[in-house]
Every structure is written in structure tokens, then in C-alpha cells.
Design a protein around this ligand. Structure first.
Ligand code: NAD
Length: 373
């Protein structure tokens, strides 16, 4: 089963593939007419630990001159240091403007590699091979690339569209369970803002063992999410309007991540909590939201953070410093109904604090047991 979607952008149309064991044939299809025999691969170290031989085997069937660089796991690789090291590697090994750069990893490697491709020689052909759920359904689509600056996340970067995206679920066999749940939050986000069926389709994630999640259901779900994101970014490539709906739950989430120093909470955990807060805020603003479709998934999340370590003051201060904020007020993506998002400015501090209370309550009820010990 292989899905192929076409994504339109100002730089042209590019394909996104989703399927199992599709890397070789998809790369062949994309690079069929490519004249160069050189190929660069920039890959996450954990992915290489599990899949290096497989990757090298496929690459060597496509090009004769292969150069591979390993990127250490973790957010700190999205840095000027690793950007500069990667550019050095490309230039010192004879990269040309038409040499393809295949970037294999999660959102960290993808954002770094995308920015390396965008900036080296004013742009090299970029092929994203996302290997986490989050990267497959979200970060590899839409052309945002970038690295962090000491003053904040993703502050250096560019919009740069890939030549192709290949989401090969064979890579997920080595992905730790917590990273599956991390990515699930973004899938549920699409359920909340766009397609109610996703909530029932995502129930495959309730399976105790990720290796038992049926691929015949997972792959169409990944393809559907890619299609939703593609549709939104096609309409608003440079985030002047509706692309902001993809930030449902994220205003709360970014403040939580900052309050936890990007350490004791993962992005996916923060997004799930942020969506619970945004749901409460939407309801308090008068939205018609019967039930909460996020409820069945609550049990999958457990947190290392204590609500006692967080304060309204800090969280609200961090929300005000969010880079996506354009005015001096709090702006949120809320739901007017399920699957009907809207941007709302909220000045009533009490409403915002009530939304935070939902987060505090969730942190109290779903604390990881070792924190209580
Ligand atoms: N560009 C965008 O539009 C966009 C959107 C959302 C998020 N992001 C960025 O994405 C990043 C988060 O991405 P992520 O959640 O994929 O995290 P990540 O890239 O850090 O990957 C998570 C962990 O999984 C490991 N890993 C990756 N694939 C694996 C595999 N197949 N097997 C075993 N281990 C594997 C990595 O080594 C890492 O330890 C953040 O930096 C965020 O800012 C970007």
C-alpha cells in the first residue's frame, strides 16, 4: 500500500509518499532524471543506529558517491554549530547546486537539514525522509526549516520546499513508544480542527504495543494528515492567515514547554495539554462543543511535571513572548464548533486562568508514578 499525494507550493508541486518499505522505489522515482552521481545524507544518530546498513544499501543502489553525516539526537542539534558543521561537510565533499540532500530523521533533523539545504549554495534539492510520527504528519510538510537561537526556539530559518517527502513507516519499528504518543497529539489536532473521523481512526494508538498497530490503518491515517496539512499550507504558505489554525493548543503548549525549560515536558505532551486548555477556553467563550473527543486518549499521557512547579504568572508571561504573537493581546486558536477553528483575541485573564486550571488538574491526575514515589 503506497499513497502518493501532490503538494502545491510557490516553488512548484512536489510529491509526498506514505507506505511501508517504500524508500528505495520512491527515491528511484524522484531521482530518475537526476544527472549527478553524488548523494548527501544527513541522518539522526538513533535512526542510523537502527537502520544504517539499510540506508547505505539503498543509497548505493542509487548513487555511486555517497556522503553521510550523523546528527546527534535532541533539540540542541538545531543550532548554528550543527548548521555550520553540516554546511562544511557538504562543501568540503564537493556538493554542487544540483546534488540531492536526503534528510532522514524526526523534526529536529528535518528542520536542521531543511535549513542546510535552503542555505547551502543558495539551495540544494532536499528530500525529506521523516522517521517519527510527528515528522511524518507535520514537520516534513509545508516547507518550514530552521534552527534555534539562544534567545528562543526556531528563531533562525526560512521557508524552503522539498523536492519530495517519503514517509516510510518501516522506520517506525525502532521508534520508542513515547515518541508515538508525542506524534499522536498532532494527529488529534487535525481531528479537532478539520476531520472528526480522525478521532476514531486514531484509536489504533490505544494499542498497548506499537508494533501491533495495524499498518493498513496507520498508513492511510498518516496520508490523511499529510493531505490536511498540505491543503492548509497550499492555501496559506507563508502563514498570513489560516495556517495559524495548525497551532490549535500550541499557544498554551509553547508556554508550558518554556516553563519546563524544554526539558521535563515533551512537545507532544504539551500540545495535548494545550488542546485541553484550548477546548475549555472555547467552551467558556460560548462554543457548542458536546463532549470532548480528546478524552479517550487522556490515559496515554503521563507527565513528569508537577502542577505545583507552574504559575499563572510565568505561563502567561511566556505566552505573551510567543514569537507568533503579533499584537500586545493574547490570541488563541479556539473552536467555534468541533472542526471549526477561529482566531480569537482574549483579554479576560480569568478565562485564561480557568483554561490553565484544566492543565493543572490533568497534571495532578496523570502524574508519572515515579514522581509520586
Ligand atoms: N518545520 C515544522 O513545520 C515543524 C512542525 C512541528 C515541529 N517541528 C519541530 O520538530 C521537532 C520535534 O520533532 P520530533 O518530535 O520528530 O523529535 P526528534 O526529531 O527530536 O525525534 C525524537 C526522538 O526520536 C528519535 N528517533 C527519530 N526517529 C527514530 C526512529 N525511527 N527510530 C528510533 N528513534 C528515532 C530521535 O533520535 C529523537 O531522540 C522540534 O524541533 C519542533 O520545533 C517543526
Amino acid at each position: 500500500m503506497k499513497h502518493k499525494l501532490s503538494i502545491r507550493s510557490s516553488a512548484g508541486t512536489y510529491p509526498a509518499f506514505a507506505g511501508e518499505h517504500i524508500l528505495k522505489e520512491s527515491l528511484n522515482e524522484i531521482l530518475e532524471d537526476h544527472v549527478t552521481d553524488k548523494l548527501f545524507i544527513l541522518a539522526d544518530e538513533n535512526v542510523l543506529r537502527h537502520h544504517q546498513e539499510h540506508i547505505k544499501h539503498i543509497a548505493s543502489s542509487i548513487a555511486g558517491d555517497i556522503h553521510l553525516i550523523s546528527i546527534p539526537r535532541g533539540e540542541s542539534s538545531k543550532s548554528v554549530k550543527f548548521w555550520s558543521r553540516s554546511v562544511d561537510f557538504l562543501l568540503q565533499n564537493g556538493a554542487r547546486r544540483n546534488t540531492p540532500l536526503v534528510v532522514i530523521g524526526g523534526g529536529v533533523t528535518g528542520d536542521l537539514g531543511g535549513f542546510v539545504a535552503a542555505t547551502t549554495l543558495r539551495g540544494m534539492p532536499l528530500i525529506h525522509v521523516p522517521t517519527t510520527i510527528l515528522a511524518m504528519v507535520d514537520s516534513s510538510i509545508g516547507g518550514k526549516t530552521g534552527i534555534n537561537h539562544q534567545t528562543g526556539k526556531n528563531l533562525i530559518g526560512s521557508f524552503y520546499q522539498p523536492k519530495a517527502v517519503i514517509a516510510d513507516t518501516a522506520f517506525l519499528r525502532s521508534l520508542p513508544r513515547n515518541e508515538w504518543i508525542n506524534g499522536l497529539s498532532e494527529i488529534l489536532k487535525y481531528g479537532a480542527i478539520h476531520d472528526s473521523e480522525i478521532f476514531s481512526e486514531a484509536k489504533i494508538f490505544l494499542n498497548e504495543r506499537t508494533d501491533e498497530i495495524p499498518r493498513e490503518k496507520l498508513i492511510p491515517l498518516i496520508a490523511k494528515c499529510i493531505g490536511i496539512k498540505a491543503d492548509i499550507v497550499e492555501k496559506d504558505e507563508f502563514e498570513a492567515g489560516i495556517r495559524a489554525f495548525l497551532n490549535f493548543g500550541h499557544t498554551f503548549a509553547h508556554a508550558l514547554e518554556k516553563a519546563c525549560n524544554f526539558d521535563t515536558i515533551s512537545h507532544g505532551e504539551a500540545v495535548f495539554l494545550g488542546m485541553l486548555a484550548a477546548h475549555k477556553l472555547s467552551a467558556d467563550l460560548g462554543a457548542n462543543l458536546p463532549g470532548n473527543d480528546l478524552d479517550p486518549f487522556r490515559a496515554l499521557y503521563s507527565y513528569r511535571v508537577s502542577e505545583e512547579s507552574l504559575s499563572y504568572n510565568d505561563l502567561n508571561k511566556f505566552m505573551l513572548s510567543d514569537k507568533k504573537r503579533t499584537g500586545k493581546h493574547f490570541t488563541f486558536v479556539v473552536l467555534e464548533k468541533w472542526q471549526q477553528p477561529a482566531l480569537k483575541t482574549v483579554n479576560d485573564q480569568q478565562l485564561i486562568n480557568s483554561a490553565w486550571n484544566v492543565v493543572f488538574e490533568e497534571l495532578k491526575n496523570c502524574r508519572q508514578t515515579d514522581i509520586n514515589a
